[in-house]
Design a protein around this ligand. Structure first.
Ligand SMILES: *Cc1c(COP(=O)(O)O)cnc(C)c1O
Length: 376
């Protein structure tokens, strides 16, 4: 059996190493420094949003966004159900209540029709949500222009959870450039990584300035330590920002490599009975983060889980699609609007190895094992 084929391992180059060592030697070993400033500027330019704050995680970025919008006890926040728990957890940190929305078939992202229905009904009830969090799943943008327009119409601020979508676009605009604020993640398995890290971006300079204030323990301007707000310790280390700057330089290459994996999988597996692919909307450019297939057990001859176990037995890592939040024990008492699209995606969806450093021989192995299971 060969070396393990991972789902989405980190992919570093020589620049990252050089920048990290430069940061180390400069002794800026702190959650501030020239690489933090540089990473913020370069990142903001890349996503075409003027202001950015480098943070310790994507979760921290979402938590700060909710604080900046004044989300608190008794508030409701609408959020996609088909996502990672980190999209919803910060709502609970703030003492507010998540309300989950189903996906649409076109992108597997938040269904704008359900959003409109809920915004209308909630307005009528006099219980308008305090914010909407829209997730760009597996590197594909939601219908962000439509969702942005709806939120503007109902005067509810929009947060874009673009943690998985750096490098993607929707109708020619970068992921992260929609809504009041957007959050990104540089966790170990994301398209670029700093081991752990995140970014909050906004067109509003004041919001980002306040995010930096809250993220550094909310210290008032005074020679002594003085505080009139509760803050957090959420800034990104200068060492990790150095790695992030190097990763940002190769983002386009990473996107190309990952998209080529899906093209390969489609070519090799597309004709197999019972195998389908996560739909990609022609209105957006997907960043290729993870290739997701769907498995129809009757036509294919094995279930999603049987396929996952068969790959695992060959030391190939694959993962079921996110289990929707409304099916999670911890959120069982939360309201859910719709549900069949997200539930179906979870039931039949499997993420295949998609790392930008994956070699052709590994990819061939994945395809071969899937074919073999089908023949059996
Ligand atoms: C990874 C991820 C996050 C959280 O980012 P961290 O950096 O791991 O805290 C949030 N939302 C989504 C959709 C993610 O995939």
């Amino acid at each position: 059996m060969g070396a393990r084929v991972y789902l989405s391992p980190p992919h570093m180059g020589p620049d990252e190493r050089g920048l990290l060592l430069e940061a180390f030697d400069s002794n800026w070993i702190a959650p501030l420094g020239p690489h933090v400033d540089g990473f913020e500027k370069e990142f903001a330019a890349r996503v075409q949003v003027p202001h950015a704050a480098a943070l310790s995680s994507g979760t921290a970025a979402l938590h700060l966004a909710l604080q900046l919008l004044g989300v608190g006890r008794g508030d409701e926040v609408l959020v996609s159900s088909l996502t990672f728990a980190a999209s919803a957890n910060p709502i609970v940190y703030q003492g507010a209540t998540p309300v989950f929305l189903d996906s649409e078939n076109e992108t597997w992202n938040l269904d704008p029709a359900l959003l409109e229905q809920e915004l209308k009904a909630a307005t009528k009830r006099g219980q308008k949500p305090k914010a909407v969090i829209v997730v760009d799943l597996y590197g594909q943008c939601a219908q962000l222009d439509v969702i942005e327009r709806l939120c503007a119409e109902y005067e509810v601020p929009l947060i874009e959870d673009a943690a998985e979508a750096l490098g993607a676009t929707w109708k020619g605009k970068p992921a992260g450039s929609f809504g009041t604020m957007a959050a990104f993640s540089f966790n170990g398995n994301k398209i670029i990584t700093t081991s752990g890290g995140g970014m909050l971006v906004s067109r509003d300079a004041k919001l980002i300035e306040k995010a930096r204030f809250l993220a550094t323990q909310a210290r008032d301007p005074a020679p002594h330590y003085q505080h009139s707000h509760i803050g957090q310790n959420y800034r990104l280390s200068n060492l990790l920002a150095a790695v992030g700057r190097g990763q940002l330089r190769v983002l386009d290459e990473r996107v190309r490599a990952r998209r080529a994996h899906r093209a390969f999988y489609e070519k090799e597996l597309g004709a197999l009975p019972g195998i389908g692919f996560m739909p990609l909307s022609p209105l957006g450019e997907w960043n290729g983060w993870l290739t997701v297939i769907t498995v129809d057990p009757k036509a294919f001859g094995a279930s999603r889980e049987e396929l996952r176990l068969a790959l695992e037995a060959q030391n190939i890592e694959s993962r079921p699609v996110w289990k929707p939040m409304h099916l999670q024990p911890v959120f069982k008492d939360c309201r859910m609007i719709g549900g069949p699209v997200a539930e179906k995606a979870f039931e039949v969806g499997l993420c295949l190895p998609s790392g930008s450093s994956m070699q052709p021989a590994d990819r061939d192995q994945v395809v071969e094992q899937i074919r073999k299971l089908h023949r059996r």
